[in-house]
Write a protein that binds this ligand. Structure first.
Ligand code: GLU
Length: 338
């Protein structure tokens, strides 16, 4: 006669989906990694605990697999940049945006005070200079309307109303001298408008939006799903601009590690100094990771390891020949696919 408790435990165990079990395994494997340091150049960021670690994967069908501290809010920081770039593309079209911001990787630090010497453009929308120029492009009849439009953009991607952490925003704003210097250099070259003071505020606000690893996975899944949030079914960005955003994420998204990231992991992604990473497997899923300790380039140490292993194990690299999703087939049932 089978023991009912054993039976129940067996059932519960088998109800853990393979993908959740895989994420649990990666979480357990990498949680003891103690390399990296929590960012402290924005004082409020230094309050993060190094052991926080959350993983989330959301498919283009809207199925979610969440593990660890997946529901813990943290500031989105630079992970906001590609989504605002997408909004600028929707507002102005490709050519008008390209006239103000390039799409070249820099190999320089994210906050470098450097512009393309020939065109005076910032190199790309994912370094601070480019992100500030991109925030400057966000339409609106006045400042309040521009903030509202920016927040609505994030709401479409996450499916919930964004919350800005005031302490982080104030910390960001009072210590943001370098970003102001970059903005004024661009103003000098006529690359941004005379509403740049407001645009800097927009930029500081976008960096201070609180998200969770789960939110980042939904945002990534929205890009993976041709711009439609797979949970709310709402369109977040025009379909024709999704590939523009993803291309820049692939080549410029991981600070001055972007080249090696493309080589090793091969997925469009963006990281932020809050410890977040949002990675996209086009046509398949979004991956959200939160772990605050960063390597010297500003990428989450555990986040890089998880992405590298997921890419390797499931053949997710963009140039993996003959990707059929086969290796993922026993992880989750994918009704759509790339
Ligand atoms: N708010 C940060 C800054 O402007 C964003 C940095 C980041 O996440 O890379 O310095």
């Amino acid at each position: 006669m089978p023991d009912p408790i054993d039976d129940l435990l067996g059932n519960l165990k088998s109800s853990v989906s393979p993908m959740r079990a895989t994420l649990q395994e990666l979480h357990a494997k990498y949680k003891s990694v103690s390399d990296g340091t929590v960012a402290d150049y924005i004082p409020e960021l230094a309050l993060a605990k190094p052991e926080w670690f959350g993983l989330s994967l959301v498919t283009v069908d809207g199925d979610a697999y969440d593990v660890g501290d997946h529901a813990l809010p943290f500031s989105i920081q630079s992970v906001s940049k590609p989504f605002v770039f997408g909004q600028a593309l929707d507002d102005h079209g490709r050519d008008a945006v390209l006239a103000k911001v390039g799409v070249e990787p820099t190999g320089e630090a994210f906050n470098a005070i450097v512009l393309d010497e020939e065109s005076n453009r910032p190199f790309n929308p994912l370094v601070n200079a480019g992100a500030i120029a991109t925030a400057d492009l966000i339409h609106g009849k006045d400042f309040a309307d521009r903030i509202k439009r920016l927040m609505t953009t994030f709401e479409r991607y996450t499916g919930r109303s964004p919350h800005i952490d005031n302490a982080i925003f104030m910390s960001e704003r009072t210590t943001g001298h370098r970003n102001r210097a970059i903005a004024h250099l661009m103003l000098n070259f006529g690359m941004v408008s005379d509403q740049i003071a407001d645009s800097l505020e927009l930029y500081f606000q976008q960096c201070s939006i609180m998200v969770t690893a789960h939110d980042l996975a939904v945002m990534g899944a929205t890009l993976a799903n041709a711009g439609v949030n797979p949970v709310t079914k709402e369109r977040a960005i025009k379909q024709q601009h999704v590939k523009d955003v993803l291309s820049v994420m692939l080549t410029c998204g991981m600070y001055d590690y972007a080249g090696e990231w493309a080589y090793r992991v091969g997925l469009p992604a963006k990281s932020g100094v809050g410890g977040g990473i949002c990675a996209v497997v086009p046509g398949v899923c979004g991956i959200g990771i939160f772990s605050p300790p960063l390597d010297p380039r500003g990428n989450s140490v555990r986040g890089l390891k998880v992405c590298e292993e997921l890419s390797e194990r499931f053949g997710l690299h963009a140039f993996e020949l003959g990707f059929t999703g086969e290796k993922l087939a026993d992880q989750f049932r994918l009704r759509k696919g790339r």
